[in-house]
Design a protein around this ligand. Structure first.
Ligand code: SAM
Length: 253
């Protein structure tokens, strides 16, 4: 049975974004657990494997793909996510009990602490079987986006908000710098503030990377048109953006 799991943040899809700590672990661990889900999701699984094979030339290791179920759509969003995570914990426990190596790596997209449920899942696993886990931080998608656009995210005495479309729904106006993950709904279209800038990026760190930035009111339609085209061409899209109210930008300029 596996006794220790390393949750390894692999960055957002490119080998060059792995930390040395992640690389050292990948070089020595005997077993890697990779979540297997349903176009985009296959890509995410394959990318994880590609990174393992690039670092680990000896092939003397095992990969176990874990068939996690899709989340059931529900109006009770939080409850649905909690029950989905519980199911994932049950599946993981079976895999961990079956495998014979003492240690394993679990490869997580970006950083494990940002919009990712695996820390909670492993805490749940730990309540049920004796196992240790350690977190290896990774570069998150938002860091690549700020680097590519060459912008600081925090301003003097300012705050930074991380959210998703569910969080954005609560605001009629953006007052603080905001990072938006997981938006499949073009939620920025509802903001008509003249002072708002958007910094948008898709497929960051990959060969398909695209960046756009400007005043939201001026480039909204361009982003919408582009993302729909890319989504159609590729079958999936992975995008992230910042909404920055302009008075804060002026402070800095
Ligand atoms: C489930 S969250 C995981 C975030 C991850 N833990 C991180 O730290 O970046 C997936 C979302 O992260 C963002 N994302 C992750 N990788 C990305 C990339 N390479 N390009 C653009 N957005 C990305 C997208 O908003 C995507 O829908």
């Amino acid at each position: 049975m596996v006794k220790k799991v390393y949750l390894i943040g692999m960055g957002p899809g490119n080998l060059k974004y792995l930390t040395l700590e992640a690389v050292d672990l990948i070089k020595r661990l005997p077993l890697f657990l990779i979540p297997l889900k349903s176009s985009k999701k296959t890509y995410l699984t394959e990318k994880r494997k590609e990174i393992l094979y690039k670092i680990r030339k000896d092939q003397n290791f095992k990969i176990v793909e874990i068939p996690f179920p899709e989340r059931k759509r529900s109006f009770q969003y939080k409850e649905a996510v909690i029950s989905w995570r519980r199911k994932k914990a049950e599946i993981l426990i079976k895999v961990l009990q079956k495998e014979s190596t003492e240690e394993a790596g679990f490869i997580v997209w970006g950083d494990p602490s940002i919009y990712d449920g695996h820390i909670e899942i492993f805490k749940d696993v730990q309540k049920q079987i004796p196992i240790e886990f350690e977190i290896i931080p990774g570069i998150s998608a938002f860091q690549i986006l700020s680097a590519k656009h060459k912008i600081p995210l925090t301003k003097i005495a300012g705050s930074l908000l991380f959210t998703t479309p569910r969080g954005l729904k609560k605001f009629s106006e953006i007052k603080e710098n905001t990072v938006v993950f997981l938006d499949n709904y073009e939620s920025y279209r509802k903001f008509n503030q003249e002072d708002l800038k958007i910094y948008w990026g898709a497929y960051l760190g990959t060969e398909k990377e695209v960046l756009l930035s400007g005043r939201l009111s001026e480039i909204k339609e361009k982003i919408i048109e582009l993302r729909r085209k890319l989504r159609k061409e590729n079958g999936w899209i992975m995008e992230i953006y910042f909404l920055l109210p302009e008075d804060k930008i002026k402070d800095e300029e």
